[in-house]
Design a protein around this ligand. Structure first.
Ligand code: GLN
Length: 315
């Protein structure tokens, strides 16, 4: 086993979980009305190792929307479809140093990276644009199901409708990018945005998201089904950008203190990858000012204090 003393790991994770249950700082995101109705006390943790050992605590089987956690998956799909050269004609790979939905592009008039809204909207425009919307969505949802090994993956229509109705900023980002000719020729902007909102409204639970993270930790092969979903090269590129850009404008600090590729979403979901070891999901809806789950970030700090999981701990 990759983690020989799994029982000891479980006890430590449980202790971290118990220690963070009382943390009540932060605010549930409410700029998408439907997200504001989530119980702020929810708290679930799950992990899955690359050889399939699993552990979960708390609300690990309550569903939530992936929100920005869809971004790395869509980036992987875009890479698999087009290759990196083509994808990066439309989206950069530098941290933006700005908030996740700020109206800003890089000096070439492109979104800074695929892990913020503009870049994620761009990746959506690249995914099977000639297909029917239904088939494009199926393509993404099917990939999520494979990454989760067939476990809980759904869709929250109310969140989708709610986000679509209140999406002025994302529409603004879309028009801003179109003004700069950033999209591939023939892109239908409204469809692209609707597709993006649909991807954000895919629903998982902490257990299934930990398997998705474990599939990334395992280089693109699902540890439970042994199915290869992404090439190792695709995952390597995705994890690199998660390391530098996955935590919005906290990414630099996160890379320094935690040293693990991760991706957060405004629903309070956080997917953490310990490459070659395991995938972890923490879900707790209260967010800090930058949009990251307060307990999620605190969990990561406790994790690297107790274990040598920081990528440079081996030095
Ligand atoms: N759907 C959200 C948005 O576009 C996702 C953002 C996020 O999770 N940070 O605003």
């Amino acid at each position: 086993f990759i983690i020989p003393d799994f029982a000891a790991l479980q006890l430590e994770i449980l202790a971290i979980y118990e220690g963070l249950r009382g943390v009540d700082e932060g605010q549930v995101a409410d700029y998408i009305p439907q997200l504001g109705r989530v119980d702020p006390e929810k708290f679930g943790i799950a992990l899955c190792t690359v050889d399939g050992q699993r552990f979960a605590a708390g609300d690990a089987q309550s569903v939530f929307c992936v929100q920005s956690v869809c971004k790395p998956i869509n980036y992987c799909l875009a890479l698999e479809q087009h290759g990196a050269e083509q994808v990066h004609r439309h989206v950069g790979r530098e941290p933006s140093g700005r908030g996740f939905n700020e109206l800003t592009l890089n000096s070439e008039g492109l979104p800074h990276n695929p892990m913020i809204n503009s870049g994620a909207i761009m990746c959506c425009s690249l995914l099977r644009p000639s297909w029917e919307m239904a088939d494009r969505f199926d393509h993404v949802a099917e990939t999520w199901r494979k990454l989760a090994g067939g476990e809980a993956v759904g869709f929250n229509n109310a969140v989708y409708l709610s986000e679509r109705r209140t999406a002025d900023r994302n529409f603004a980002l879309g028009y801003f990018m179109r003004e700069h000719n950033a999209f591939p020729d023939g892109t239908d902007l409204t469809e692209t945005l609707e597709f993006y909102f649909q991807c954000c409204s895919i629903e998982v639970d902490a257990r299934s998201l930990s398997v998705v993270a474990a599939s990334l930790a395992n280089g693109g092969v699902n540890p439970l089904t042994r199915e290869r979903i992404f090439s190792a090269d695709t995952v390597r590129k995705c994890l690199s950008l998660m390391s530098s850009c996955g935590m919005y404008d906290y990414s630099g600090e996160f890379a320094f203190t935690i040293g693990l590729p991760a991706k957060s979403g405004v629903s309070g979901g956080l997917m953490i990858v310990v490459p070659g070891v395991m995938g972890i999901c923490v879900w707790s809806p209260r967010l800090d000012a930058l949009g990251n789950s307060v307990r999620g970030v605190a969990f990561c700090k406790d994790l690297v204090n107790r274990f040598n999981f920081h990528v440079y701990d081996s030095l």
